[in-house]
Ligand binder design. Structure first.
Ligand code: ATP
Ligand code: MG
Length: 503
């Protein structure tokens, strides 16, 4: 099935998200779609999957013009999308999620759970998508949840699969497995649209690359003839510097001290197992590890969002083990949470409201009685400008920002005030290369002003580029420590430690 987008324009009020886009999607091929945060990638694919109707232009399938009144019609025409933010019901099983919302037609005339379960197993086997049909979604790692999203689309017999930033939440190992799946889908003749900000991934998996900038396609190319810098320049319109500039390491006093800390997961299992370490002022400590080894629980505990069962956290010599998130905020501890949608912002609130989520109650925004909204709006506009949060205005709902701009909003709120310590979980997840460089610069500026920083990232390259000291977490414990300023650190060694090998 060959799909053609012709002259597609999509506006949201005054915002032109897509402008006269022409694009062809071929069966048996991966089309890589690349562009800055807010360039219009998700919107274009939402038009293709029937979620939005275009203001102008048309979609053709095998030369025939089609119009979709909703995603149901698009999926019946063979077009399915896996969204940037998953849409699964956490308390349902895999099979229940797969059949959710399906209309019993044709082959699925008598749709029941038994059929669904066996169909899930068949699709799993056919495309190498190992999942247990009876597993409850919320107990599954993100990598597996994503397979469920793919199975959902395949179950509906899609020929065109749109994957919106599928690798943003995956570990390197999961990415390898995921690429195997994509290749087997291609061999079966499916057409794939793959969106990512990771240039090496797009070069690796795509048969053809299209670059979108401010709503328009600015170029298409053959990945065999393109290199990372070419793509970055096409995307942002100017060359991008990939290197993080670092001032010399000048550590000060210990600012954060963690002693014998133990933290549990929601299900009561040990997540952080009796660990101790310190972070100095002017020092970046990076935590490397495969997702699910206690890093998330550690930063939640440090942010005051997860109870500590034993051990102590000291900040500047004071015991803050039981301090509330607000008290920690007042001490100058910034927290960039891993999951922006769940813990970072409130989608129905405006950009301005999100900027003051944890500071609205105190001066300069409030003297105790009412909030000075004029001041909130002026400050929010200045910070949004400084951090390049692309939004029509500060009165726009956060949910209407592109994924990457939501992330920039959270980072802007946390880093724009006077901080003394920064806890950052996946600070650049979903950001384009230009924005990553900018956020890295801001994090380094905090370090150079004497903040302590604790950064958790599943991107080992990011950890290596930013950290003065690297700790590797495995099964809730710190299993290795590296100090790059003492001795060069080997990426392979860290990888082995992350996998639990004794080094
Ligand atoms: N439902 C909506 N209402 C209003 N504006 C919207 C809506 N959805 C998207 N936009 C705007 O359209 C533009 C394109 O957003 P889109 O989500 O398509 O970007 P993207 O390329 O997917 O970016 P990212 O890489 O950050 O995910 C942005 O300016 C965004 O704010
Ligand atoms: Mg997007």
């Amino acid at each position: 099935m060959r799909v053609e987008l012709r002259n597609i324009t999509k506006r949201f009020g005054p915002v032109v998200a897509n402008k006269g886009v022409n694009l062809t999607i071929e069966p048996g091929q991966v089309l890589g779609l690349l562009g800055e945060n807010g360039a219009g990638k998700s919107t274009l694919m939402n038009v293709l999957c029937g979620l939005y109707s275009p203001n102008e232009g048309e979609i053709q399938i095998d030369g025939q013009s089609v119009r979709f009144a909703g995603p149901g019609e698009a999926i019946r025409a063979g077009i399915g999308m896996v969204h940037q933010h998953f849409m699964l019901v956490p308390v349902f099983t895999v099979a229940e999620n797969v059949i959710l919302g399906i209309e019993p037609v044709g082959r699925f005339d008598h749709l029941d759970l038994t059929t669904a379960r066996s169909e899930v197993s068949r699709l799993s086997a056919e495309y190498g998508l190992a999942v247990d049909p009876d597993a409850i979604i919320e107990t599954l790692p993100v990598g597996i949840q994503q397979r469920v999203e793919i199975i959902k689309v395949l179950f509906r017999e899609a020929d065109v699969l749109i994957l919106d930033e599928p690798t943003a939440v995956l570990t390197p190992q999961e990415v390898d497995e995921f690429f195997q799946i994509v290749r087997s889908l291609c061999e079966a003749g499916k057409a794939i649209v793959f969106i990512t900000h990771k240039l090496n991934e797009i070069l690796d998996i795509s048969d053809r690359i299209a670059v979108i900038r401010r709503g328009e396609i600015v170029g298409t190319g053959d990945p065999k003839k393109l290199a990372r810098p070419d793509l970055a320049e096409m995307m942002v319109g100017h060359p991008v510097d990939f290197d993080v500039a670092r001032a010399p390491f000048v550590p000060g006093d210990v600012i954060l001290g963690i002693q014998d800390l133990t933290v549990l997961r929601d299900d009561g299992a040990v997540a952080v197992d009796d660990i101790s370490f310190q972070v100095r002022s002017g020092e970046v400590v990076g935590i490397a590890g495969v997702q699910g080894n206690g890093q998330s629980a550690l930063i939640e505990a440090l942010a005051g969002l997860r109870r500590v069962v034993s051990g102590q956290v000291r900040f500047d010599g004071t015991d803050i083990t039981q301090a509330s998130p607000r008290e920690r905020h007042r001490l100058g501890i910034a927290h960039i949470p891993e999951d922006r949608q769940r813990a970072g912002l409130i989608g129905t609130f405006t950009v301005a409201e999100n900027m003051v989520l944890d500071s609205y109650y105190a001066p300069p925004y409030s003297a105790g009685t009412s909030i000075d909204w004029g001041r909130v709006h002026t400050d929010a506009a200045a910070v949004a400008e400084q951090y390049d949060v692309r939004t029509p205005s500060v009165h726009t709902s956060a949910a209407h920002l592109s994924g990457g701009n939501q992330q920039k909003l959270v980072v802007a709120r946390e880093l724009s005030r006077d901080t003394r310590f920064v806890i950052a979980g996946q600070p650049t997840r979903g950001l384009d290369v230009g924005s990553i460089a900018f956020i890295h610069e801001r994090l380094m500026a905090a370090r150079d002003e004497g903040d302590g920083l604790l950064i958790v990232s599943s991107e080992l390259d990011e950890i290596m580029a930013l950290s003065d000291r690297i700790l590797v977490m495995f099964k809730g414990r710190i299993v290795a420590e590296y100090a790059p300023h003492d001795a060069p650190v080997d990426k392979g060694d860290i990888g082995l430690a992350m996998a639990g090998a004794r080094v």
